[in-house]
Design a protein around this ligand. Structure first.
Ligand code: NAP
Length: 330
C-alpha cells in the first residue's frame, strides 16, 4: 500500500546514523531522512549532503521546532539521552532514543513519566526484539523446548578503535556497561520477562575513569540469573546461551545478527541449527514497526514505558556494585 514516508529528524551526525540508521531506513522503503541537526551547522550540512539527508539544521532544538518532523532519532552521547528525549516528547515528537535510555533509574522514571503524560510513543533503540530470530527463540522457550529457564550467559566484547571516543568519557557516561553490557542486561530482561533483584560486578578501569571491561551476575526473581561479560578491549564476540532445565539455546549474535548468524537448540547431545534469517540491516524491522504505528496500522510494541524500567534498574545494580568494589580495592 503506497503511503507518505515518515519524515525523520536526526539529532546529531553520530557515526551510528551513517552505519546503521540510514541504511536501515532506506531498506524499510517507508521512511525518509528528512533533516539532520548538529551542534555545528556546517558539519550537519556536509553530513546531510554526503549521506542523502534532505535538510540540515544547526542546533538540536531547531529540529524539534520543525512541524514537518514526524519522528526523532536520538543518537547522542549517553549523558544527553534523557534531556533530549524529554525535550522531544514535550514537543510532541515520537522518539527512538539510543540505548541506554538514561544514566540512572531516577532519570529513567522522569523520562517515562513524560512519555506517559504526553502520550507520545518512545522506543529505546534495542532493535533485537523486533528480529525474526528473537521471535523464534521466544517460540522455542514458550513451547518448553529447553524446560524452565534458569540462566542466561551473555557476552558483548569489542575493541575500541581509538582512545578519542565518547565511550571513554566519564562526563558523557561512557564505559563498557553502558555501551555493551546494557545489551546483556536487556536480553536477560526480555527472556526472563521480569525485574532483577540484585547484582554483583567487577570492572577493569580505564585511565579515563570509566569501566573498560566488566563482568558480573544479575539475579532475577525465582533464582534466575544473568552471567555477563562486557568489554571494549577484547576481540569482537556476542555469544549468548539461554540455559534451561532440559536444554539450551546458543546464539552467535542475539543483538545485531546478519545472515551468517545462527542459533542452535541443544537437548543433551542432540542439536538443531536455525539461521537468523536477518537479511536486512539490523534496525530495519524496528523502524518499519515505528512507521506502521505512526500511520495507525499497528499497535505499538516494545515501548520504553513497558520495557525500559527492569533494564535500567538492572544496569544500575551493576553500576553500584562496580563502584563499591572499586572503593573497596582502592
Ligand atoms: N543501538 C545500537 O546498535 C548502537 C550502536 C552504536 C552506538 N549506539 C549508541 O548511539 C549513540 C552514539 O554513538 P556513536 O558511536 O555513533 O557516537 P559518535 O559518533 O561519537 O556521535 C555522537 C554525536 O553526538 C553529538 N554530540 C553532542 N554533544 C557531544 C559531546 N559533548 N561530545 C561528543 N559528541 C557530542 C555529536 O554530533 P554533532 O556534533 O553533529 O551534534 C556526535 O557526532 C550512543 O548512545 C551509543 O550508545 C547504539
Amino acid at each position: 500500500m503506497a503511503t507518505d514516508p515518515v519524515r525523520w529528524g536526526i539529532m546529531s551526525t553520530a557515526h551510528i546514523v551513517r552505519t546503521s540508521f540510514l541504511p536501515a531506513l532506506a531498506a524499510t522503503g517507508d521512511g525518509e531522512a528528512y533533516v539532520v541537526a548538529g551542534r555545528d551547522g556546517a558539519r550537519a550540512e556536509a553530513f546531510a549532503r554526503q549521506n542523502g539527508v534532505k535538510h540540515s539544521a544547526e542546533g538540536y532544538e531547531t529540529l524539534l521546532e520543525d512541524d514537518a518532523v514526524e519522528a526523532v532519532y536520538i543518537p547522542l552521547p549517553n549523558s544527553l539521552h534523557a534531556e533530549w528525549t524529554v525535550a522531544a516528547l514535550r514537543a510532541g515528537k515520537p522518539v527512538l532514543c539510543e540505548k541506554p535510555l538514561s544514566v540512572s533509574a531516577e532519570e529513567a522514571r522522569v523520562v517515562l513519566s513524560v512519555a506517559t503524560e504526553t502520550g507520545t510513543p518512545l522506543w529505546e533503540a534495542f532493535v533485537f526484539p523486533f528480529h525474526h530470530q528473537m521471535n523464534a527463540v521466544h517460540g522455542l522457550i514458550a513451547h518448553g523446548r529447553i524446560g524452565e529457564i534458569r540462566e542466561v550467559q551473555a557476552t558483548f566484547h569489542f575493541e575500541l578503535a581509538s582512545r578519542n571516543d565518547i565511550r571513554l568519557s566519564k562526563e558523557l557516561a561512557g564505559g563498557a556497561l553502558n555501551d555493551v553490557g546494557c545489551y546483556n542486561v536487556a536480553v536477560a530482561c526480555q527472556v526472563f520477562g521480569g525485574e532483577p533483584v540484585d547484582g554483583m560486578a567487577v570492572a577493569r578501569w580505564a585511565p579515563e575513569q570509566v569501566d573498560e571491561a566488566a563482568a558480573g551476575v544479575l539475579r532475577f526473581s525465582d533464582e534466575r540469573r544473568l552471567v555477563l561479560s562486557c568489554a571494549m578491549d577484547l576481540p569482537q564476540n556476542t555469544f549468548a546461551r539461554i540455559i534451561g532445565t532440559e536444554g539450551e539455546i546458543r546464539l552467535t549474535n542475539p543483538y545485531h545478527p546478519n545472515e551468517t548468524d545462527s542459533f542452535e537448540l541443544w537437548r543433551g547431545d542432540w542439536s538443531e541449527r536455525f539461521g537468523s534469517e536477518q537479511a536486512e540491516p539490523s534496525f530495519a524491522p524496528a523502524l518499519r514497526h515505528i512507521h506502521q504505528v505512526l500511520r495507525n496500522r499497528e499497535q505499538p510494541r516494545h515501548l520504553a514505558i513497558d520495557d525500559a524500567m527492569p533494564f535500567v534498574c538492572g544496569l544500575e545494580l551493576l553500576h553500584r556494585s562496580v563502584r563499591s568494589s572499586r572503593l573497596e580495592t582502592a
